[in-house]
Every structure is written in C-alpha cells, then in structure tokens.
Design a binder for this molecule. Structure first.
Ligand SMILES: Cc1cc2nc3c(=O)[nH]c(=O)nc-3n(C[C@H](O)[C@H](O)[C@H](O)COP(=O)(O)O)c2cc1C
Length: 177
C-alpha cells in the first residue's frame, strides 16, 4: 500500500521509535543489520532540496528550469522523508544482493509500521537515489546504496481501498497438476 498525498504531522519521536523497532526485525542473513535510515524533516527538507538541485545541475548543465523547479519541490511532498540506506559490506557468505534485500525488508517493515500507526507513506527512488553527488552529500560510504526515499505523513483524504488481486495467477502449486 502507498499513500502519495501527505500532510503534517509526521510521526513523533515515540512513534518513530516503534517504526524503527519494526524495521529492525527484518530477516537478516548473518545478522549484519545492513540498513540505516536518515530521518529528514523541517530545515532538513530544505537542505535535501538543495542537494537534489545541485546534483541535477552538475549532472546536466542544460537542465530545463521546469525540471529543476520540479526537483526542487520534490522533498516537500511530505513533512518527513526517511532515507533508507543499504549498509552493504564485503562478506564471505552474504552477497551484496542479500544485504540489499534485507534492507528492502526492513524498509517494508517500516512502511507497514507507519500504516499501522495511521500514517501514510510512499517509497520513491528516481535517478537521484543513484546519483553520486546525492550519495556523497548524504554521507554514504562507497559500498552503501540509497534504496528509497520514504515519504511519510498524515494521509490527505480517504485511503483508497486495495484493488482485487488475481492471486491464482501469482500463487500456484508446484509441480503443476
Ligand atoms: C524500489 C522501489 C522504488 C520505487 N520508486 C518509485 C518512484 O520513484 N516513484 C513512484 O511513484 N513510485 C515508486 N515506487 C512505487 C511506489 O512505492 C508504490 O508501490 C506504487 O505507487 C504502487 O502503489 P501501491 O503500493 O499503493 O500499490 C517504488 C517502489 C519500489 C519498491
């Protein structure tokens, strides 16, 4: 589930603690805890906006003013952004792929905890998640990856109901009869 229209308030300190406890219970091969999260709100969102604009401008000097303006406004689509960072390391038994997956599980747990507390959230990436300058400005180490910008806040309006899933097309008995 995702909610894209979000307003203040975001989670308070006590609620964030619950959210992070849930994130930390992700399946984790080798107990590496290959995840960490930046919580960004208030003035931090202005700083993130500047990081996005700087990264885009240096990456493409001929960027259109419209795209630049859109990028500048991106961080203000919610009162809080949680940056999910995969803290990958070289490991003899746990390949990087598994560390990324564990971080994704932690992030999904985080999303579910947000929803359980009646907040809305949406997982976003886009090219800036993989941009070298953005990663550097957010203090990532060379082996680390931004796997998502999780926008969190109070849902604006009613939460849409989930579409019916064709589960039979997805889950089947093997071997097939
Ligand atoms: C790794 C990852 C990256 C995503 N990046 C974006 C994104 O940049 N923009 C976007 O609109 N949705 C993105 N999504 C999808 C949304 O989070 C969401 O799943 C989608 O809008 C479907 O909505 P639903 O979850 O309510 O079905 C991403 C999802 C994942 C797992």
């Amino acid at each position: 589930m995702s909610i894209t229209k979000l307003m203040a308030p975001g989670p308070n300190e006590r609620q964030l603690l619950e959210i992070f406890k849930a994130a930390n219970r992700a399946p984790d091969h080798g107990k590496l805890q290959p995840w960490r999260f930046w919580v960004i709100e208030g003035e931090g969102l202005n700083r993130l906006s500047q990081v996005f604009v700087d990264a885009l401008s240096s990456y493409d000097a001929e960027i259109s003013p419209t795209v630049l303006e859109k990028t500048k406004n991106m961080p203000f689509r919610a009162p809080m952004i949680i940056v999910a960072i995969a803290k990958c390391e070289d490991h003899p038994k746990v390949p990087k792929q598994e560390q990324l997956l564990a971080c994704a599980c932690a992030t999904q747990n985080l999303l579910n905890a947000c929803f359980a507390l009646n907040f809305g959230a949406v997982w976003r990436t886009g090219e800036l998640a993989y941009n070298r300058d953005v990663k550097q400005s957010l203090g990532l180490k060379p082996m680390e990856e931004i796997i998502g910008f999780i926008y969190v806040g109070t849902p604006v309006g009613a939460i849409p109901s989930a579409p019916e899933a064709d589960t039979q097309a997805i889950f089947a008995t093997w071997p097939p009869i």
